[in-house]
Design a protein around this ligand. Structure first.
Ligand code: TYM
Length: 328
């Protein structure tokens, strides 16, 4: 069977380097070897309140960033989730197969709903829609960061359950999680994930941050007690986190980072780290600027939705038939 990769990044905030390191760079890495489906999960974004104008802008922004980072629309299918209604439809079918108990164990739901008065039912059933996203395209591999692992396990469980009940319908997908960069932590606190929802803007670096802002954010990044640039998540989580970022953006191994900064303090390391990130982001930002105002972007998304719909309908019809729903 052909290898097929599928993944997406929610347009619920500006894209930070965590999403790039954990997910986006992997899309680019695998697109030559796999048949790629990269989508913008806008239906997932609206499980929490969104400003409509901002959501519209962010959805195009994320799509432009996919392409600017190297996703090639001639090789891969790039589209908006809401433009392919089969996602919502299979999402419902998946909800009928998912159990309340297993959904209740999802840590992301617990984190996102904690302390909130009004939590949408969609935030709770979100993993069923995510399973639909993946299973619709018979994806074999799903590149994600560590925080999505539990959702992937649930997707696998639902796929197996469905296949056992109704006959072989879905490919059971494998998560693809890189060893370095699977979980980029906040620059202010190495015990919490770098996240676009953190109110402290210095805790993350955005893909579209200017060089001056990137320098400032890294210079403020917390470090650990002694002065050595040494990789040790137990004793030195803050520096280990920065070393992983350096390793990914500088295309060098962790051992090389250690060697390069042996005998040097944090100051020199953080300065060079900022430059390595700036250098990698410069061409991406340039491509983004050229794309974001263009009709070309909308043309790519429209064509992507057409191709995705065609593919999605095959699986949706098979799933409906298998369950006893009439398909004419
Ligand atoms: P989202 O939008 O929160 O994050 C997008 C991707 O980026 C990864 N990521 C990180 N990786 C490392 N360190 C970080 N600090 C970091 N922050 C984010 C995430 O693991 C993810 O891979 N539910 C998904 C979106 C989604 C999806 C899908 C993904 C919907 N349907 C189908 C794959 C397949 C989400 O909320 O990711």
């Amino acid at each position: 069977m052909a290898k097929r990769i599928l993944s997406g990044i929610k347009p619920s905030g500006d894209l930070n380097i965590g999403g790039y390191v954990g997910a986006l760079r992997q899309f680019v890495m695998y697109q030559n070897e796999y048949d790629g489906f990269f989508f913008i999960p806008d239906l997932h974004a609206i499980t929490v309140p969104q400003d409509p104008k901002e959501l519209r802008e962010r959805s195009r922004q994320i799509a432009a960033l996919y392409i600017a980072a190297g996703c090639d629309p001639d090789k891969s299918t790039i589209f908006l989730q809401s433009q392919v209604p089969a996602h919502a439809e299979l999402g419902w079918l998946m909800e009928t197969q998912a159990y309340f108990g297993e959904m209740s164990r999802m840590t992301q739901f617990k984190d996102k709903s904690e302390g909130k008065d009004a939590v949408s039912t969609a935030l709770f059933t979100y993993p069923a829609l995510m399973a639909a996203d993946i299973l619709l395209y018979q994806a074999t591999h799903v590149p994600v960061g560590e925080d999505q692992k539990q959702h992937l396990e649930l997707t696998r469980d639902i796929a197996n359950r469905f296949n056992n009940r109704f006959g072989q319908t879905f490919t059971v997908p494998e998560p693809v999680i890189q060893e370095v960069g699977a979980r980029v932590m906040g620059l202010d606190d190495p015990s919490s994930k770098m996240s676009k929802s953190n109110p402290n803007t210095s805790s993350y670096v955005l893909l579209l941050d200017t060089p001056a802002v990137i320098r400032k954010k890294f210079s403020r990044a917390v470090t650990d007690s002694d002065m050595a640039v040494r990789y040790d998540w137990e004793a030195k989580p803050a520096v280990s986190n920065l070393m992983e970022i350096y390793s990914v953006f500088g295309d060098v191994t962790i051992a090389e980072v250690e060697r390069r900064f042996e005998g040097q303090g944090y100051g020199a390391f953080k300065k060079e780290l900022a430059e390595v990130v700036i250098a990698k982001l410069a061409p991406l930002q340039e491509k983004y600027e050229a794309l974001i105002g263009s009709d070309e972007l909308d043309r790519i998304l429209k064509e992507g939705a057409r191709k995705a719909s065609e593919e999605a309908h095959k699986t949706l019809d098979a799933a409906k038939r298998a369950m006893g729903l009439l398909v004419y």
